[in-house]
Write a protein that binds this ligand. Sequence first.
Ligand SMILES: *Cc1c(COP(=O)(O)O)cnc(C)c1O
Length: 416
Amino acid sequence: MTLDSIQRINGTLHIENCNLIQIAQQVDTPCYVYSRNGIRQRWQAFDAAFAQQPHLVCYAVKTNSNLAVLQTLAQLGAGFDIVSGGELARVLSAGGNAANVVFSGVGKTTNEMRFALQSGIKCFNIESEAELYRLEKIAAEEATPATISIRVNPDVDPKTHAYISTGLKENKFGVSFDKAFELYRYAAASAHLVVHGIDCHIGSQLLDLSPIQEAAKRVVAFQQKLAAEGIYLQHIDMGGGLGINYQDSDSAPSPAEYVTAIVQAIAQPDMEILVEPGRAIVGNNGVLITKVEYLKENEGKHFAVVDAAMNDLIRPSLYGAWQNICEVQETDDEKQLFDIVGPVCETGDFLGKQRLLAVQEGDYLAVLSAGAYGFVMSSNYNTRPRAAEVMVDDTTIHIVRQRETLDDLMRAEQLI
Ligand SMILES: *Cc1c(COP(=O)(O)O)cnc(C)c1O
């Protein structure tokens, strides 16, 4: 089983010490269920691995931005990596400290920059020349110097899916080392900008540590070039991207192995190192529970039509991602190959294909590894209310987001 905090007790799936059938009956389906202690443990594994090295583990909010998830991490003293003003508002609502927030993303708007500057965030991760000039202007207007790092594009191949690989020359993210050099010289001379760090993020679902080590070495070589110009950096942010095991055959490095690889490649015991893990903290600490509505057969092919769809979990449709699907209640019934499909009117609406399962109408299925890029990517396509979210803490069930109602969906609309 790839999930950190899941176990079977008498054949029934549990997250921590809560029975998933009971949760499904209590809150209805589809619903996401997260493990609070599992999330804590994964963040702490990153944090502890740095030992004496100055560091900050900034959880990537876009991965799962439920307020209770953010609150759980804020209580541990986590930093946060945000990509919008909305995510900053969530972090602050959840009790996060603005001074531990770094702001990434290629399209920060004027209003978002102003909000972040007024909130006193730790650092703006600058992704282009135009963005640097815009931030300088806003900082001058606000009479508040902006602390920056430049996101460089180290041009290493992360060996992951094309849609989630971000550190190659042809991607839209970051700038080249040559461009970054110019921008650092400009920023260092500006009265409104404070050069603090450098950052990169080479991609997601990394299962091999050599690309991140190679990126770190290139960043350090560049740091020395800056130092020769009299520009000294206070932190190095290596971004996120550590992968997780979606299948038993995957072999994702542990957070400790990942951190150690980065610390060794940077090899500066006094340098503050930042990482921005998302998937590796929440991915295997969440499941999506869905109910089988109908079984049907077409031309010898078996389908289980379930009440969760691509609007609830888009990774299988969008990236062809494979997530394990299993019965919530194990039985001795004979298994068959099923395509697990949702009710949305798209052929691409599936959660999994050719899965060996024993299911009947009314049974519950669990889609594993659904804590990351699950609920946050959900939509209301087909006027489907978004799922409820539940967080389990040992034996306690917290409903951390109510299921949407049809009134919620139509609230902002008007007849003419
Ligand atoms: C998406 C993203 C992350 C988190 O990536 P994971 O693969 O979920 O760890 C971190 N930093 C930046 C800049 C990102 O865009």
